[in-house]
Design a protein around this ligand. Structure first.
Ligand code: SAM
Length: 299
């Protein structure tokens, strides 16, 4: 397979490179916004799990020119700079990250928090779904600390077991008046990925937000867990437009382009290094330039 093969199989991957987006995911946020109009009038936005940064690019483009606009992008990985965006290397499960976000927003809270986060995939489906759900809860948790009342929360979820999904909806519904699930056309129909779009954030009375409470426990009587709630499921993006599952032939004037931004320190870098070292027989896996790690065992 040639290097243009992915361009043929994945129209949004090709378009992202042509239009200057760092990842095809940009189209997901653009399509969600075209349906829900969530970025209108926003001046303070937070992008959780943001690397390589295509959602931050969409935010930067939308907020560009608005008075007092501030965007904070957070990721475990280093991110290449984006004009108009504060890039913060950090863990969304950490209290320090929440404080730093508010500081970078100018001691203000945000009107929108988005999260397209994904943990490293193990290939064990049930474990992957569980980890994704935990990451979404962590995103919700930090959102409760950095969102203004009335704010919006958008986060990637996997529609897996009914019990798992109901728990997520239940938790999100406790903080937001309006909760819907969106499936952008750029997200493959074959993928169980979809996006929670939650609007009108309100902290429940007597609830004190803190990042160290990943299960969002609080002592409010929750009626939504015991009632049957139907969450609207909305497809977004132009129905006559491109479809993420279709293979399109390449246009006549097609020219291959490299991705807009390669990852700075991708997680697979170490695996490639080890594979090369094993091939050349220099293995054992520890390169000369790597820091030696001292492990102390305490009894
Ligand atoms: N929305 C991004 C874009 O448009 O370019 C793509 C995000 S990528 C699918 C998922 C990201 O989640 C990875 O860069 C990963 O480092 C990040 N991530 C996973 N767990 C995280 C955590 N606990 N804190 C911060 N970032 C995390």
């Amino acid at each position: 397979m040639g290097r243009s093969s992915k361009d043929k199989r994945d129209i949004f991957y090709r378009l992202a490179k042509e239009e200057g987006w760092r990842a095809r995911s940009a189209f997901k946020l653009l399509q969600i916004d075209s349906q829900f109009n969530i970025l209108a009038n926003v001046t303070k936005a937070v992008d959780l799990c943001a690397a390589p940064g295509s959602w931050s690019q969409v935010l930067a483009q939308s907020l560009n020119g608005r008075e007092g606009a501030q965007i904070v992008a957070v990721d475990l990985q280093a991110m290449s700079p984006i004009s108009g965006v504060h890039c913060l290397q950090g863990d969304i499960t950490s209290d320090t990250t929440a404080k730093e976000i508010i500081r970078l927003l100018g001691d203000c809270k945000a009107e929108i928090v988005v999260c397209d986060g994904a943990p490293d995939v193990t290939g064990l489906h049930h474990l992957d779904e569980y980890l994704q759900a935990q990451l979404l809860l962590s995103a919700l948790n930090i959102a409760t600390c950095v969102l203004k009342p009335g704010g919006v929360f958008v986060a990637k979820m996997f529609r897996s077991s009914k019990a798992g999904v109901d728990t997520l909806y239940g938790k999100v519904s406790m903080f937001f008046e309006n909760v819907e699930v969106a499936k952008p056309r750029s997200s493959r129909a074959s993928s169980i990925e979809s996006f929670i779009v939650a609007r009108n954030f309100q902290l429940p009375p007597d609830y004190t937000p803190r990042v160290g409470d990943p299960n969002l426990h609080f002592s409010v009587t929750a009626t939504s867990d015991s009632e049957n709630v139907i969450i609207p499921f909305v497809t977004c993006g132009d129905l006559d437009g491109y479809d993420g599952d279709t293979t399109y032939s390449l246009p006549e004037n097609y020219q291959y382009r490299d991705p807009v931004q390669s990852p700075i320190t991708p997680p697979y870098q170490e695996a490639i290094r080890r594979k090369k070292a094993a091939k050349t027989g220099t293995s054992g896996g520890v390169a000369e330039d790597r820091p030696k790690i001292k492990i102390t065992v305490l009894f």
